[in-house]
Design a protein around this ligand. Structure first.
Ligand code: ZN
Ligand code: ZN
Length: 286
């Protein structure tokens, strides 16, 4: 079925146990003719991998996210499910800063289609540190915007079966008590950010932005065949230099493609920027 009509009157299930439906449901409701959305109860999405290391992710993030969405359909009996998956780590072009890659997958069980969106954000509160004193723990916590952002604490960086671990810490008293106990016992402790969305408002905000962009992508229909998700599949470099006109590496336009009829079209940058600053030009600033 083509066009936004495929969503008419349907209920969207959000496969999450971390409160993400609050930021994922509304933006999709705004642009798609859905009847409503609901968190899918009883989906233990942590079994697909937990940030705190008890469950290792076996698939890559995209495959994990698809598996979550499919599982959500089975668990809920709903035929339209969205799932999300976040990955955190050094930002490849500048490894000293951290980034958050959020993937969203929409699964339509009626025809087995998957639609996806990937968003990389440098807005992230993410980190971990081995600490030997309360002063160190306190300083790390402050840098990680505690207590607005929750923390996880355990004896060492790599968690092993049987190790004590406390997640979701948002009170200084609890943090102090856990830290003192571990430091007494082991001489040090490992403190890190709790990356579950409801514990990390910065991540929740990135998921909200990703959901808004994904909703826009889904609602873009192919000008040839009217299928949904006439989405960006390529960034085209070559924005001309302001000074010499030479094509730079910066994005000039985006290519949108239809997965149903293969039609594609190039669209200008959304910010309308016509020329690039000469500092990014290989001719002017080699
Ligand atoms: Zn130039
Ligand atoms: Zn098409």
């Amino acid at each position: 079925m083509s066009g936004l009509g495929r969503f008419a009157g349907r209920v969207l299930g959000v496969a999450t146990i971390h409160g993400k439906e609050r930021v994922i449901g509304p933006p999709l409701m705004k642009v798609l003719p859905l009847a409503g959305f609901t968190a899918v109860e009883g989906v233990d999405t942590d079994r697909f991998g937990a940030f705190s290391g008890e469950v290792q992710r076996k698939l890559d993030p995209m495959e994990t996210c698809k598996a979550k969405a499919k599982h959500g359909a089975v668990a809920s009996g709903l035929d339209l499910i969205i799932a999300s998956e976040g990955s955190f780590g050094p930002y490849p072009p500048a490894p000293f800063i951290s980034c958050d890659e959020e993937i969203l997958v929409l699964y339509d069980a009626r025809d087995g289609s998957f639609f996806h969106y990937c968003h990389v954000s440098l807005q992230t509160v993410f980190g971990g540190e081995a600490c030997a004193t309360w002063t160190q723990v306190r300083a790390f916590a402050e840098r990680m915007k505690f207590p607005d952002h929750g923390l996880v604490i355990r004896s060492k960086e790599k968690w092993a079966t049987g190790d004590a671990m406390k997640k979701g810490i948002t009170e200084e008293g609890v943090l102090r008590q856990c830290a003192m106990q571990l430091m007494d016992q082991y001489g040090s402790c490992w403190v890190e950010t709790d990356m579950r969305a409801m514990m990390n408002p910065t991540r929740m905000q990135v998921i909200a932005e990703s959901a808004e962009r994904f909703a826009q992508e889904l609602a873009s229909c192919c000008p040839q065949c009217d299928a949904i998700w006439f989405h960006i599949t390529q960034a085209l470099p070559g924005l001309p230099c302001e000074l010499c006109g030479w094509p730079t590496e910066s994005v000039r336009a985006y290519r949108r493609s239809c997965r149903s009829c293969n039609h594609s079209a190039d669209v200008p940058r959304p910010d309308g920027k016509p020329k690039e600053d000469p500092q990014y030009c290989a001719q002017c600033n080699p």
